[in-house]
Ligand binder design. Structure first.
Ligand code: AMP
Ligand code: MG
Length: 326
């Protein structure tokens, strides 16, 4: 039996210990403001390979590199003026920029591609680790490939508890869905490869140019967004997007957007009290995991009413992928 992961409280001594572990090439699951990440020394190909093994992630799905700030990011990626402006406005925060990579970035991080995805996380513990370790950290979500991303240390342990040595417990993630991935290799044609917390509308307004979105599923668009699979973020129980009925059939869990007014039924879960999008995003993955653990035949999830863009579109994107057929 492999050793179970040790879960660390975020004390100064533990943070120093984990920073050292990262420097020597260990994997450490860390909290970020989006979801928990499985971090490794981004300039150590062996450490990065261990991420793919632990997650059972295919090698053609590149990793996001986490740095403290823009000046460290410029050591790893070639910034254009527009990308620099974005970093100054949205970092630290949930915006990942895809840019031409510099030669120091190992091929394992970028799936041998010419670009690297990079962001500065806002979570204070992630930042303290980055500062102590003084290395960039490659970190995809800390879950087995294809499953629901973790938003608590307990979620990480449930999936990877026998596959990684260290988990830093920073409580529940504030945002609960993954970062926006924006391709800025051509500053005249910014392209959202993955919708996230920062919305296309915000980016368009800030940049003053049209921002293309990843909706076009053309082969070319797919090529530019490696790893963006139709089916992803999925519970084991089949998930169906449909409007809720008063009486679900036996063996079906119902996930509603807001707390039912009447007495909730036994197999009813809800994502927020009154329907606030930020609360729905924060609770989404935890509630899906709960429903998945309930032994149901199916999970019926209420989709967000309109594709009003923004966070609603991001949540619907994740729900659609979670519902996609195997
Ligand atoms: P994860 O960290 O698990 O949320 O996944 C990171 C995602 O970022 C990948 O699945 C890709 O879709 C995207 N990504 C990472 N690196 C690149 C890159 N160089 N070019 C385009 N997309 C990337
Ligand atoms: Mg992931």
């Amino acid at each position: 039996m492999p050793m179970p992961a040790r879960v660390y409280a975020p004390t100064p001594a533990n943070l120093r210990r984990l920073a050292k572990a990262l420097r020597r090439g260990d994997l450490v699951a860390i909290p970020t403001e989006t979801v928990y990440g499985l971090a490794a020394h981004a300039l150590d190909p062996k450490a990065c390979r261990a991420i793919f093994r632990a997650k059972r992630r295919p090698a053609n799905d590149p990793l996001i590199v986490h740095v403290l700030d823009l000046s460290r990011a410029e050591d790893l990626a070639v910034f254009n003026p527009a990308a620099r402006r974005l970093a100054r406005r949205f970092w630290p925060g949930p915006l990942t920029l895809v840019l031409p990579k510099k030669s120091g970035v190992p091929g394992i991080v970028t799936s041998s591609g010419p670009t690297v995805a990079i962001r500065a996380p806002a979570h204070p513990l992630a930042r303290r680790l980055l500062r102590l370790a003084e290395i960039p950290l490659a970190a995809p979500s800390a879950n087995l490939f294809g499953y629901i991303s973790p938003t608590t240390a307990a979620h990480v342990r449930a999936g990877l508890g026998t596959r990684i040595p260290h988990i830093l417990d920073g409580g529940a993630c504030a945002m609960g869905v993954e970062s926006t991935v924006l391709d800025m290799t051509d500053p005249k044609r910014p392209r959202v490869l993955r919708p996230g917390v920062v919305t296309a509308a915000q980016l368009r307004q800030f940049l003053g140019v049209k921002v293309h979105d990843a909706k076009s599923r053309s082969p070319r668009a797919r090529q530019r967004a490696p790893g963006m699979l139709e089916r992803h973020y999925s519970p084991r129980t089949p998930l169906v997007l449909r409007h809720p009925e008063a009486q679900p059939p036996a063996g079906v869990a119902i996930v509603r957007l807001r707390m039912p007014g009447a007495k909730p039924g036994q197999h009813v879960f809800w994502l927020s009290r009154r329907g606030a999008l930020t609360e729905i995003a924060r609770n989404l993955y935890g509630v899906l995991r709960q429903a998945d653990a309930g032994g149901y035949r199916q999970i019926w999830v209420e989709p967000l009413p309109v594709e009003s863009g923004g966070l609603a579109a991001t949540i619907n994107d994740r729900l659609r992928r979670a519902a996609a057929k195997r």
